[in-house]
Design a protein around this ligand. Structure first.
Ligand code: E4P
Length: 219
């Protein structure tokens, strides 16, 4: 499963990409707004693309298809790595199909049902992002919706990639992997939680104290 980092924070991106485990980044208007004091969003997106060297999602803010297409054409000039995030609305679908014709890759976002995912795929989206955490927040089992999308896409050999999004904790990442999501996008906090295990820390402590007793050193 590919792992994406869900943030607009360049320090977090540098930190976690340094582990060699990040395949791409997803941003959204809220995440980029948090970084507004760093200056121009285009310069920030360029910097993110240069660090990640993989797919970086940047979202349009227009609410009509024509405006979305215009913004997409502008955003893809930032870097070859930019993927255009488009919300799953009727206008978003029309924009996605126009972007597909123009060779612009789309990540259809704010997807909450398998049927929205079917529409996204049919419109030509390269990626579809079901928001699991936000479904959980309103009392649904978000993971069940992703599982249904996986079944449908497999039934019809649909190659649109499923991004398990709105990931809140490591258990979500495990669920994403078990149901066959292509990608899981998550905040830096979840990456840091995933790497930690008390038995790893305890094991290191024991190995180092035993080694110290020998007086040997590895040069
Ligand atoms: C994904 O692309 C979104 O940016 C993200 O996962 C939204 O997560 P949230 O529901 O925690 O805001």
């Amino acid at each position: 499963m590919h792992l994406f980092l869900d943030t607009g924070n360049i320090d977090e991106i540098r930190e976690i990409t340094g582990w060699g485990v990040v395949d791409g980044v997803t941003t959204n208007p809220t995440l980029l707004a948090r970084e507004a004091d760093r200056g121009d969003y285009r310069a920030l997106l360029k910097e993110i693309c240069d660090v990640v060297k993989g797919p970086v999602s940047a979202e349009v803010t227009a609410d009509d298809a024509e405006g979305m297409l215009r913004q997409a054409k502008s955003l893809v000039k930032i870097s070859e790595h930019i993927i255009i995030k488009v919300p799953c609305t009727a206008e978003g679908l029309a924009a996605t199909s126009a972007m597909f014709e123009e060779g612009i890759r789309v990540n259809m976002t704010l997807v909450f049902s398998p049927l929205q995912a079917v529409l996204a795929a049919n419109a030509g989206a390269s990626y579809v992002s079901p928001f699991v955490g936000r479904l959980d927040d309103i009392g649904h089992e978000g993971v069940d919706e992703v599982e249904k999308i996986r079944v449908i896409f497999d039934n019809y050999d649909i190659d649109t990639q499923i991004i398990f999004a709105s990931t809140r904790h490591p258990e979500h990442v495990l669920q994403a992997a078990l149901i066959g999501a292509d990608i899981c996008t998550m905040p830096a906090k979840v990456f840091r939680q995933m790497v930690k295990h008390p038995l790893t820390d305890k094991g290191i402590e024991r190995f180092l104290s035993d080694w110290k007793k020998t007086g040997f050193s590895i040069d």
